[in-house]
Design a protein around this ligand. Sequence first.
Ligand code: AGP
Length: 613
Amino acid sequence: MCGIVGYIGPQDATPIILNGLRRLEYRGYDSAGIAVIEDDEIEVRRDAGKLDRLAELVNEVPLHGQIGIGHTRWATHGEPSARNAHPHLGTSGKVVLAHNGIVENYKDLREELSAEGVEFKSETDTEVIVQLVDRYLSLEMSFEEAAQRAISHLQGAHGIVLLSTKEADKIVAARIGNAGGVVVGRGEGEMFVASDMPAILEHTRQMVFLESGQMAVVRRDGVEVSDLKGEPTEFEEHTVAWDPVAAEKGEYRHFMHKEIHEQVRSLTDTIGGRVDFDSGRVHLEQLNLSPEQAKKINKMFITACGTASHAGMVGKALIERIARIPVEMDIASEFRYRDPILDENTAVLAISQSGETADTLAAMEEARQKDAILWSIVNVIGSQAMRISDGYISMQTGPEIGVASTKAYTAPLVDVYMLAVLLADLRGDLDEKRRCELVSDLRLVPDLASRCLDREDEVEEVAWALKDFSHCLYLGRGINMPTAYEGALKLKEISYIHAEGYPAGEMKHGPIALIDEDMPVVVIAPRDPWYDKMFSQIEQAKARGGIVVAVATEGDEVIPTVADHVLWVPHTPWMLSPVTTVIPLQILAYHIAALRGLDVDQPRNLAKSVTVE
Ligand code: AGP
C-alpha cells in the first residue's frame, strides 16, 4: 500500500517529508517522490527504487520550500519508474498530486482528456486525476472547487493530496472509500498530512482522521473539513496515545522482533482497565453493549483476513464455549459473496489490526446493510473499521509496523476471551464463581508470555535446524488448530518457505502422504484437552520419517522422548493457550527468515494493510 506525507508551515518541508516517508517504508513500495513549491514553482524529484535513491536525487539537486508532499508508490498501473512515480504534475505545471488507490475508470477519463489535447506523461491511472484538476483550475475555479469537480469523475477508492501554485497557502486532501487513511496532524503554526500516523507522530499527536467522502483544506493555522460538494462537515480531533518511540525499532534489528517482545506490554495494556479481578466483571465500554442487547443476540459471525482470521477462529471457539452463542467464522473476502443470513439479532465482529483492510471493510458494509449489530476489534485508532462500527474493542498494542502481525494477533485473542466472558455475564449465563475463575486466568497471561520470550535462544537453535527446508507442515487441534494456521502463515510470509497449517485430525485424510525426511512437522501439543491425540500425531509423523518440532508444556517428560525438537511453553489455561503456543512459532519464523537473510519487516509482494480487494 502506498504512503503519503504532506507539510505546510515555517520549516523546510523537504526533510520533514522524507523522514515521514521513511516511517511508512514498512508499507512496502517500489518508487518514491517529493514535490515542493519553491519560488512559485513546483519542484519534483522522483524515481523508482527506495528512499535512499530519492535522497540522492534531493542531494544532487536540492529543493526547498515550506509546503510539499511526498509519496511512496506500490505499482499497480505502470511499472516502477521515474515517469510513473508520484507526485504527478498537471500539464500547466501549476498543480501536483500524490494518490493512493486505483482509478477504476481511468481508461475512459484518459481518452476524454487526450481528446482535449492532454498529453499524458505516465502509464499510471493516477495522472488522470491531476489532469482533471488542471482542467478545472484553468476555468478559474478555486483550488478546492477544482479538486471537487475532478473527484466527482472518479470511480474506485482514493486517498488524494494536492498542491497548487495558484493557491500556495494550502494543501487539499480527500478520502473516497477505503484506499487507506488520510490523517491531518495539527502542529504549532504548522500542519501535517499523512496516509498513516507513524509518518507524523514525532511532530504531533493531535490527529483528524478523514472519513470516506470528506475533503480537508489544510493551511498553516488549521484545517477545514467538508464533504465532496464543499459543505462543511463535523470532524473530531483525536489525541492519540501512541508515542513516537513506539514507532521506532530501538535496539532491535527488525520491527517484527521488537513487536514480538512487546507482547508482555501489549497484553498487559489490552487487559488493563477492562477487568475487575475482584468481581470478575469485564468492562468493554466502547462496545456500547447493554444486557438487553446482549440477550437478543442469537447468532454471531466473525470475519477477518489473514492473521486476524486466525484470531477469529479462536474467538469462535471461545464465544461458543463460554457464552453459548452460535458463531460462524468467515474469511472476509468470502463473507459478502455468500449472501449471509443476518438480521438485527445477529452480531458481526470484524477483526483488523489496520482497520483499513478492504476485504474486511467490505464484509462490514454487508453486515451494516443487513442491519446486523456491527462490532470490531481494531488497533489503529480512527481507522475506518473503528469508525463504522456500532461498538469496538481497541487492541491497545501501539503501532504494529512489521508486515507480519504478532502482537496484533495475541491481543485480539485476549479481547475475544474478554468479549465471551462479558457476553455470558450480560446474558446472565455465568455465575460469579465461574466468572471469577475465567477472569483470574487472564491475570496470568502477561507473565506466561514473558516466560515464552525468555526461551528465545532455544527457539533460535531450532531455526538453525529448519532454515534450509523448503516445506513445513503445522498441525493443531481444538483451540490450537488456528495456532497451526497462524504458525504456518508467519513462516511462509517472511521466510518464503512453503508452510501449511492443518487440522491434525485431517492428516490421515491425505496430508500424511507428504511426510518424509524433507517435510518437517510442527505439532502443537500443549497440555490441553487434545494432548493425547496430538501425542499420537507425533508418533505417526515419526513413523514416516518426519522431523517433528513439538510445542509442549514445560515439565512434559514424554514428548522429548519422541520429538526431534521441543518448543517449551508454560502451563496455560487451555482457553488462553493460543496466546502462549503462538509465541515460539513467531520467534521461529522470525529467526528462520533472518537466517535466510530476508527482508523480515517488508516481505516481498506484501503490504502491511491490504487496502485493495
Ligand atoms: C499477517 O501477518 C499478515 N500481515 C496479514 O495476513 C494480515 O493479518 C491481514 O492482511 C489482515 O490485516 P488487518 O489485521 O490489518 O486487517
